[in-house]
Design a protein around this ligand. Structure first.
Ligand code: AMP
Length: 239
């Protein structure tokens, strides 16, 4: 975590943060899953949902990429599958989520982004939550036709530390190649190319769409091929 000198933070920003934390104490707990193909906008919508409902945002793809970058044993094991567009093993991602959901920033609940991606992962998640007396409240199904995803994914730029994403045409950063908030460089993900996307979409349709059926009673379908603000208001209604 980056140390911040509070003397340099404006009084307005500090007060807004305190007010937000007070508001958060009154929010009900929520546990949400975001499901959708690569490039459907889950990562883009997550910061708003996180702020509004005081949740933590857990993206297994971001966690795995961090492990690959740090060359941890888990990262080394996951790397090959990720680069080919296949899924990594259920055990690896279940372990990551089991640990992450217990962090203090998840005390009001969580947004799961990119997990569960198989029915086995969903079953294990439900078992884990049941042991804690918890359950999933809503599953948001981001629907975007495959034909739109190639341009969305191949034009994407990412800030690895935060998971913030930009698009060179649809949502460019203020300065090309640089994150708006930190000024740090943006990167292109290795798997954001047309060929790997085919494999990732294949995995989504064969292994992840059954998860939507698994949660059928709690699923809300969202037309996610619309402008960001329209998708955001549909999400606000759904939650
Ligand atoms: P994402 O950032 O969600 O597009 O994920 C990038 C890659 O990480 C995927 O193509 C998979 O190889 C891997 N991955 C992320 N989440 C999972 C998961 N829940 N189960 C298996 N593999 C995953």
């Amino acid at each position: 975590m980056v140390a911040v000198d509070l003397a340099e933070v404006s009084t307005e920003a500090l007060m807004a943060e305190i007010q937000h934390r007070l508001d958060c104490t009154r929010k009900p707990e929520k546990r949400i899953i975001l499901i959708g193909p690569p490039g459907c906008g889950k990562g883009t919508q997550s910061p708003r949902i996180k702020h509004e409902h005081c949740l933590c945002h857990l993206a297994t793809g971001d966690m795995l990429r961090a492990a690959v970058a740090e060359k941890t044993p888990l990262g080394l094991e996951a790397k090959k599958a990720m680069e080919s567009g296949a899924l990594v093993s259920d055990e690896i991602v279940i372990g990551l989520i089991e640990e992450a959901t217990q962090k203090p920033e998840c005390s009001k609940g969580f947004i799961l982004d990119g997990f569960p991606r198989t029915v086995v992962q969903a079953q294990k998640l439900d078992e884990m939550l049941a042991k804690r007396g918890q359950s999933i409240d809503k599953v948001l199904n981001f629907q975007v036709p495959d034909s739109l995803l190639v341009e969305r994914v191949t034009g994407r730029w990412v800030h690895p530390a935060s998971g913030r994403s930009y698009h060179e045409k649809f949502a460019p950063p203020k300065v090309a190649g640089v994150d708006d908030l930190t000024g740090e460089p943006l990167i292109k993900r290795k798997d954001d190319n047309a060929e790997t996307l085919k494999a990732r979409l294949g995995a989504f349709h064969s292994q992840t769409t059954p998860v939507i059926e698994y949660y059928s009673k709690r699923v809300v379908a969202l037309k996610a091929d619309r402008p960001q603000d329209e998708v955001a208001s549909s999400i606000a209604q759904a939650l």
